[in-house]
Write a protein that binds this ligand. Structure first.
Ligand code: AMP
Length: 283
């Protein structure tokens, strides 16, 4: 497994693999890897000859009051997990290298960032879209794998790939969960033991919604209210949003009469957790 720290070294590596007709799968991350990331690397490995993992805590996708400086890292463990998952190159650039002085270009999408997390994190998706565009140009993958855990991000990447004519296949990876249902996240490490117990409220509330939908409830407001009351029954929880929306446009749905995305964000203490699931009331 090669470790590449500069854009030119990464590009050279990819050009050489392309010359040898080796396909390249790509998994961008911010590190502090867990089994969710591992599942994406393994998926890329089944689809491509080579797998590139990038680890870069991208400053432009954090708001001024967010956790950029506190973001956890454990490079040694990350490299071990990557090696075991079959990664063949790790791209580890520094902030100054990705954003040199006088950097001034931004990629912004018009509509998708207006919904869900984008309402509460105004700079986030511009930062994500910009860094992913740069990473695509540097790594030049054939396939890029993103987790459905960050559903809005996945939709935004699909859209920008289409809009900017990247010849890259975007593949989605299922959400990997802890035994009790909590979606794995690097940010779960911020939770105290008591908060960890409250964190399960996200998954349990989605289960509750499923039961209501199976019983014939089609009003998202009614289900959302019940979910919110349920979640607020757990200590230190504050619901940021609960949304029932179209899985492609992310626009709110008024009646749950077709396939939809249920997505939510909840603060447990100061830690912001997100989760989602696709549901089809017709099935
Ligand atoms: P991050 O390091 O949080 O930026 O995430 C890197 C990639 O891993 C993104 O595509 C995420 O959607 C994905 N990811 C994060 N958590 C999970 C999870 N629990 N299951 C599957 N994929 C995940």
């Amino acid at each position: 497994m090669e470790i590449l720290k500069t854009k030119s070294a990464m590009q050279q590596w990819s050009k050489e693999k392309k010359r040898l007709l080796r396909s390249i799968g790509f998994v961008p991350t911010m590190g502090f890897l867990h089994q969710g990331h591992v599942s994406l690397m393994e998926k890329a490995k089944t689809l491509c000859d080579e797998v590139v993992l990038s680890i870069f805590v991208n400053p432009t996708q954090f708001g001024p009051t967010e956790d950029l400086d506190a973001y956890p890292s454990d490079l040694e463990n990350d490299l071990n997990l990557a090696r075991k998952a079959g990664v063949t190159a790790v791209f580890l650039p520094t902030k100054d290298h990705v954003y040199p002085q006088n950097f001034q270009t931004k990629i912004e999408l018009e509509h998708l960032p207006e919904f869900l997390c984008g309402k509460f994190r105004p700079v986030h998706f511009g930062g994500v879209a910009t860094v992913v565009t740069k990473l695509f140009n540097i790594v030049m993958p054939d396939v890029a794998v993103f987790g459905q855990k960050d559903y809005q991000q996945l939709q935004i990447i699909r859209q920008l790939t289409l809009d900017l004519d990247f010849d890259i296949k975007i593949v989605a990876g299922d959400i990997v969960r802890e035994k009790d249902g909590l979606a794995m996240s690097s940010r779960n490490s911020y939770l105290s033991q008591a908060q960890r117990k409250s964190a399960i409220s996200l998954f349990k509330s989605m289960d509750m919604a499923k039961v209501l939908i199976q019983a014939g409830e089609t009003d998202p407001q009614a289900i959302g209210k019940k979910m919110e009351t349920f979640i607020h029954g757990f200590d230190e929880t504050t619901v940021e949003y609960i949304s029932f929306c179209d899985p492609v446009t992310l626009e709110d749905m008024e009646n749950l009469d077709r396939k939809f995305l249920l997505a939510l964000a909840v603060r447990v203490g100061t830690t912001r957790l997100i989760d989602n699931c696709l549901m089809d009331p017709l099935q």
